[in-house]
Design a protein around this ligand. Structure first.
Ligand SMILES: C[S@@+](CC[C@H](N)C(=O)[O-])C[C@H]1O[C@@H](n2cnc3c(N)ncnc32)[C@H](O)[C@@H]1O
Length: 340
């Protein structure tokens, strides 16, 4: 094991980014953990009780307890690494954290109810959700990470159908499709527990989807479909069997979460207390509009067989893709604007 530093803490871990590492630590995820710290600092709640269920070295839970000032108590749990987590808590002199080593699916056996629960396993987080929801207070926050991007991003369609109960395909907006499929499955599991999700934040990259949802009372149904033309770039949440632009067959993708993806007020509060690359990301997110799915300048150009339009000419960019833009215009207007 090696000694590392991240944020304000030091900790022991193995620097191997694979599953056989004894104490897993991925330094590439520092940016994502920085956003995690900023988000917790920006929440209105204080004296929270939290649990980091898949802690590995404990870096996340240690940072949350040391850097946010928001937790009266945080449990840093991992089925394999309790001793290292205890050592890391001691190394940093953190008083409000304790190590534990149970399997995450037994979280409801603790009899505790948390304000914040973190689910960061290898692969999909969904199988842990029913127990986690039962252990989270109303208005509490659940953060979940999915690293099984092949099904979510449309590369493993059968696995997507089996695990997430949704039809996916390869698209230019694959990461938003994955995010909305993950949220759809999350919402279904919340509904079983007579709760609804209220998504407050996301950070989606090539190798993971990270999303934060508030536990809300059951709300109106926000699950539906996206219809993608099999030939042209057209896509719409309105039901068409054939494409109003080119007449080709429309493919029904989903079901998907069609509700909001983040809480603008929270993101603005996060902007106010951040700096550097994190602030840049948060500012861009705060400008994001609410249309479902985005187009990309390269897919439009390749369809039109014309040179790509610069993003400066396209309004409403998205943090999900540097060439992506959201628009309420229909496909005919988009194509004529891009072709002119
Ligand atoms: C992706 S790592 C967590 C990374 C950590 N959250 C971070 O930010 O560095 C997943 C961890 O989950 C642990 N784990 C796997 N299955 C578990 C289970 N059923 N319950 C609790 N921990 C588990 C593994 O030992 C591993 O350390």
């Amino acid at each position: 094991m090696e000694l590392f530093n991240e944020g304000s803490i030091k900790f022991y871990a193995d620097n191997v980014q694979n599953r056989s590492a004894e104490v897993f630590f991925n330094p590439v995820r520092e940016f994502e953990r920085n956003l995690n710290v900023i988000l917790i600092k920006a929440l209105k709640q204080d004296k929270m009780e939290g649990i980091d269920l898949f802690a590995a070295s404990g870096v996340r839970g240690l940072r949350l307890s040391a850097e946010t000032g928001k937790f009266s108590k945080i449990i840093i749990n991992d089925i394999k690494t309790k001793d290292t987590v205890s050592k890391n808590i001691e190394l940093n002199g953190i008083k409000n954290a304790e190590a534990s080593g149970f399997t995450a699916s037994k979280v409801n056996c603790t009899g505790l109810h948390f304000d914040y629960v973190d689910i960061d396993p290898f692969g999909s987080p969904v199988r842990y959700l029913p127990n986690v929801i039962a252990s989270t207070k109303l208005n509490g926050v659940i953060a979940l990470t999915a690293t099984d991007t092949a099904p979510l991003y449309g590369k493993a369609k059968k696995a997507c159908r089996l695990k997430y109960g949704a039809v996916s395909m390869k698209t230019s907006y694959f990461n938003e499709l994955g995010l909305r499929i993950l949220l759809k499955r999350t919402e279904e599991l919340f509904n079983i527990m007579e709760r609804s999700i209220d998504p407050i934040f996301f950070d989606v990259r090539k190798h993971y989807i990270r999303v934060y949802v508030r536990v809300a009372r059951p709300a109106q149904d926000r699950i539906g479909f996206l219809y993608q033309c099999s030939k042209c770039p057209n896509r719409t949440v309105d039901h068409f069997d054939s494409c109003p632009n080119c007449g080709s067959k429309m493919i029904r993708l989903g079901p998907l979460w069609l509700g909001r993806l983040f809480d603008l007020d929270l993101v603005k509060s996060m902007v106010a207390i951040s700096g550097g690359k994190e602030k840049e990301y948060l500012e861009a997110l705060s400008r994001e509009t609410e249309q479902v799915s985005y187009y990309t300048t390269d897919e439009i150009a390749s369809y039109l067989k014309k040179p790509e339009k610069s993003m400066e000419l396209m309004p409403n960019g998205t943090v999900l893709n540097p060439k992506g833009f959201r628009t309420s215009n229909d496909i005919k207007n988009i194509l004529s604007a891009a072709g002119s």
